[in-house]
Design a protein around this ligand. Structure first.
Ligand SMILES: NC(=O)c1ccc[n+]([C@@H]2O[C@H](COP(=O)([O-])OP(=O)(O)OC[C@H]3O[C@@H](n4cnc5c(N)ncnc54)[C@H](OP(=O)(O)O)[C@@H]3O)[C@@H](O)[C@H]2O)c1
Length: 250
């Protein structure tokens, strides 16, 4: 069976991606801090798909060394890792200069520094295997510098998209390595992260939103804004419009 590691699978997009990808016949290595949630998800998946294998490990992404240890432990469990989905993320934040550097720093550490560690750990495995699929969950907010509470969050999501593109760029010159890199830019999809956020334009429910993410992953798209409507054209507008227009859109 093909195997995927999904980080941050204890809620929201990560948990739903696990359900949908397991239904397509994949085994899973799941990690996050709330292992009770991961154990529940494992039970749900094994009940729905007897024979599916799901391994669960506690991981706090603020501990870089633990990221490498946990990914290698999953490799030990399964023998090969076909795909890694760098999904864990944090949506805390405040306008810069308003006394909440702690919240912005926490978001930067989980969404960028810890994502870098996950990409490093995944690429070590993929380089040794000479193959693999790295999936990075960015955000449509990465299209442009965003204001107020999402300034730092959007910066981290642009950062991880750039890291992913850098690896993709490098792989173009490595014909012996069959390593694909997909950057997914989701629009607003219902999850714990946005349950208390007031301005979430074009929000969709978790299940259909994640269906669009999984379709893009399965296609092996280099880059996808999902759901396509409205985020494909909105993404283009966000990327190129003057900031005065961007301000009206987001
Ligand atoms: N929902 C949206 O509209 C949307 C849009 C664009 C992009 N995204 C991105 O999608 C990804 C998933 O977000 P979501 O919406 O599903 O949010 P969520 O429901 O809050 O899930 C976030 C996940 O990240 C994990 N996580 C956070 N900090 C962690 C840490 N220090 N160590 C280990 N795990 C940690 C959480 O696990 P524990 O708390 O159990 O550790 C949880 O499983 C994020 O990267 C987010 O930026 C979401």
């Amino acid at each position: 069976m093909p195997t995927t590691i999904i980080t941050g699978a204890s809620s929201g997009l990560g948990a739903e991606m696990t359900r949908q990808i397991a239904a397509r016949g994949w085994d899973h290595g799941l990690c996050a801090r709330r292992t009770d949630r991961l154990e529940e998800l494992r039970e749900e998946i094994v009940a729905a798909h007897p024979g599916r294998r799901v391994e669960v490990r506690a991981l706090d992404f603020t501990d870089d060394d633990a990221v490498f240890e946990v990914f290698l432990a999953f490799l030990d469990d399964f023998g090969t890792i076909d795909r890694v989905v760098v999904n864990a993320g944090l949506g805390k934040g405040a306008p810069l200069g308003t006394g909440r550097h702690d919240a912005n720093r926490q978001t930067a550490m989980v969404n960028f520094v810890a994502a870098l560690a996950q990409m490093e750990a995944a690429m070590e495995i993929f380089r040794a295997q000479k193959r693999g699929h790295l999936v990075v969950i960015s955000s449509v907010t990465a299209m442009r510098g965003m204001r107020k509470t999402i300034t730092t969050y959007a910066g981290t999501k642009a950062g991880v998209a750039s890291l992913a593109e850098g690896i993709r760029h490098e792989m173009l010159g490595e014909p012996d390595l069959d390593i694909r890199v997909s950057t997914i830019y989701p629009g607003y999809i219902r999850s714990e992260m946005n349950e208390r956020v007031s301005h979430t334009p074009f929000m969709v429910d978790t299940e259909p939103g994640v269906r669009a993410i999984v379709a893009a992953i399965e296609k092996g798209s280099a880059s996808a804004r999902v759901p396509t409507w409205p985020w494909l054209p909105m993404g283009t507008a966000l990327r190129h419009a003057p900031l005065g227009i961007v301000r009206k859109l987001m």
